[in-house]
Design a protein around this ligand. Structure first.
Ligand SMILES: *[C@@H]1O[C@H](CO)[C@@H](O)[C@H](O)[C@H]1NC(C)=O
Ligand SMILES: *[C@@H]1O[C@H](CO)[C@@H](O)[C@H](O)[C@H]1NC(C)=O
Length: 281
């Protein structure tokens, strides 16, 4: 009986201690765990901050930026040893305030001091990350250690309370060399400029090779359908037609073939123009 009582009061005590320690909000009135709790896809990241107690270190700061990673990208970290996770994640805590407005005003490349630097355990530039601004207001982050690739893209701003705390979502964890197995980004690079050309070429080819019979309506629906394409449908090789019927331009028997061919060229021209226009939007 005594034992039971003792142990239950121990439970109560423990609960109280837990309650107090978990509500150890910051001097500045923010609690990173509470902030993240509004974002279900950042909960795994949040859990890791709690496990490593980095949340407490974050809440003690007055000016801080946290680079958060969503559930789907955190997998590469969550089953590592806690110490390793702590080191890696403390590189995601920047000892300054950066929100989107400030990002836009940064020079092309800037180097940010992280919480890992303040542990005194950092070698080389492990305690810094680089932020690089790309065209189109895109930003990428990577370890400042020499030759480290900028692996994490800026995704969005999650929370900001100027100029105390900002939470920015990035596409994946940044593992500084020496702090654990580096995580590389997934294969397809998200840059946009190059792909403008190839689609145009392949589209042209498919137009040229598939203009026969019924395909007509579907392929060129917007520009072609009002002109009554179905009438010409039987003519199977519109592309060759012009060459075979040069002399007699007058008759109804001959006329349809060339006109359908030229209509095709017109249509593919329109399609091309459309694609070119789209490429510029
Ligand atoms: C934000 O940080 C500044 C110091 O940088 C501090 O003076 C101020 O009290 C903080 N604001 C809040 C709301 O905590
Ligand atoms: C993210 O992961 C945590 C657990 O790690 C889970 O509780 C939460 O529901 C997940 N969120 C989403 C949106 O899947």
């Amino acid at each position: 009986m005594m034992e039971l009582k003792a142990s239950s009061s121990l439970v109560v005590l423990t609960a109280l201690v837990l309650l107090f320690s978990s509500s150890s909000v910051s001097v500045n009135g923010f609690d990173i765990i509470k902030i993240l709790s509004n974002h279900p896809n950042l909960l795994a990241f949040s859990d890791l901050l709690s496990q490593t107690k980095l949340n407490e270190a974050i809440n003690k700061r007055k000016t801080i930026t946290v680079l958060a990673v969503d559930n789907s990208s955190i997998g590469g970290l969550s089953d590592r040893p806690v110490d390793e996770i702590k080191n890696i994640l403390s590189v995601h805590v920047i000892l300054d305030y950066y929100d989107v407005n400030k990002l836009k005003k940064l020079p092309k490349t800037s180097s940010w001091t992280t919480m890992f630097q303040s542990t005194g355990n950092a070698n080389d530039k492990q305690g810094y990350i680089n932020c690089t601004r790309l065209p189109g207001e895109q930003f990428v982050f990577g370890s400042a250690v020499k030759d480290s690739p900028p692996v994490a893209k800026f995704v969005k701003s999650v929370f900001s309370q100027p100029f105390n705390i900002s939470v920015l979502q990035v596409s994946q964890p940044i593992v500084a060399p020496g702090l654990g197995d580096v995580i590389l980004p997934p294969p397809p690079p998200p840059y946009t400029p190059p792909p403008a050309m190839p689609p145009k070429a392949s589209r042209k080819k498919s137009n040229a090779s598939a203009p026969v019979a019924e395909g007509d309506d579907d392929e060129f629906a917007p520009s072609d359908s009002p002109i009554e394409a179905p009438i010409e449908a039987p003519a199977p090789e519109p592309v060759e037609a012009p060459a075979q019927s040069p002399p007699e331009p007058k008759d109804e028997a001959e006329a349809p073939a060339p006109s359908s061919a030229s209509r095709l060229y017109l249509a593919s021209g329109v399609a091309l123009a459309g694609f070119t226009a789209m490429a510029f939007i």
